[in-house]
Design a protein around this ligand. Structure first.
Ligand code: HBI
Ligand code: FE
Length: 311
């Protein structure tokens, strides 16, 4: 239930036409992964109504223009029930195993049963904290565009809900993964610097470096853990948004390794169950500094040397 699909492996091939110099160059229609038909191992594969719903939300997302209001999505009872089920399940483990920054930010968003939050509401909260923006996207966005969005403090978020037959599993990112896994930490300043540094490193990156950064993103933003006094806490969204992965992390069964973005990263495993290793940061500040140093090492276009934040 990490929120990424197998088709990420094709990420290193497709080359972009033009360099990305601002958020307006980020093309949210460059979708990899499941098309409207879904794959035969997707829980919604045989559900025509589900596929139609997913397509409708995907089409609306593709029409979104940066800087314009995000249309609200009206979630039906079945979708709300799925949100409720995941929220209830996670609320038992998150207080014990999420990092302190996540737990400090979580209440700002007032997640509660009975209502799936709208991206416009999320942006209201982020505007008052770190200035991040969530922007709708139809599905798994091409890594170059996804990472570039981060450089400009834009997080591309899906809006469709996972299939109701399996509330605790999704083979691709969905609104639950984005909201519970990713959104809270975007309101934390030191985490904000960490994730933006990965995005900034991507702006001057060739396809090979984009693939490397996809792995760095995977082992931090999706599956990172952080030391907190004597304990190990989760900050990766793939852990925070999955009861099973949280329990696995807490069990101590997986190996812990320090993050070193300057070295080749291990293979990402997304098909074979829970992670066998987690990368450990001593702090977000330390991680952000490390990734900023790494980003500075890659050649950034002259026009992007300064702060790429957009208000
Ligand atoms: N697209 N919608 C979406 N959500 C993600 O979490 C995501 C993505 N595209 C690529 C990606 N994550 C990462 O695997 C890296 O390529 C950055
Ligand atoms: Fe994710």
């Amino acid at each position: 239930a990490s929120g990424a699909s197998a088709s990420q492996s094709s990420a290193s091939t497709a080359a972009p036409a033009a360099p990305i110099r601002s958020i307006h160059d980020v093309d949210n229609s460059q979708i990899l992964g499941f098309g409207a038909d879904l794959a035969d191992d997707h829980p919604g594969y045989h559900d025509e109504a589900y596929k139609r719903r997913r397509s409708a939300l995907a089409e609306a997302a593709k029409r979104h223009v940066v800087g314009t209001p995000i249309p609200d999505v009206s979630y039906g009872p079945e979708e709300v029930a799925t949100w409720d089920a995941v929220l209830a399940e996670l609320s038992e483990l998150l207080p014990r195993h999420a990092c302190k920054e996540y737990l400090r930010c979580l209440p700002l968003f007032n997640f509660r049963p009975g209502k799936v939050p709208q991206l416009s509401e999320i942006n209201g909260v982020l505007a008052g904290t770190t200035g991040w923006t969530v922007r709708p996207v139809a599905g798994l966005l091409h890594p170059r565009h996804f990472l570039a969005g981060l450089a400009f403090k834009h997080f591309h978020s899906t809006q469709y809900m996972r299939h109701p037959s399996k509330p605790s599993y999704t083979p691709e990112p969905d609104i639950v993964h984005e909201l519970i896994g990713h959104v809270p930490l975007l309101a934390d300043p030191s985490y904000s610097r960490l994730i933006q540094a990965i995005g900034r490193a991507s702006l001057g990156a060739d396809d090979k470096a984009i693939w490397h950064l996809t792995k760095v993103y995977w082992f931090t933003i999706e599956f990172g853990v952080v030391r907190e006094r004597g304990d190990i806490k989760a900050f990766g969204a793939g852990i925070l948004s999955s009861y099973g992965e949280l329990a696995h992390m807490a069990s101590g069964a997986a190996a812990l390794e320090p993050l070193d973005p300057f070295r080749p990263q291990p293979r990402m495993s997304y098909k074979d169950g829970f992670q066998k290793r987690y990368f450990l940061l001593d702090s977000f500040e330390g991680g952000a500094e490390l990734l900023q140093r790494y980003a500075e090492n890659l050649a950034l276009p002259e026009s992007l040397r300064g702060d790429t934040s957009v208000a």
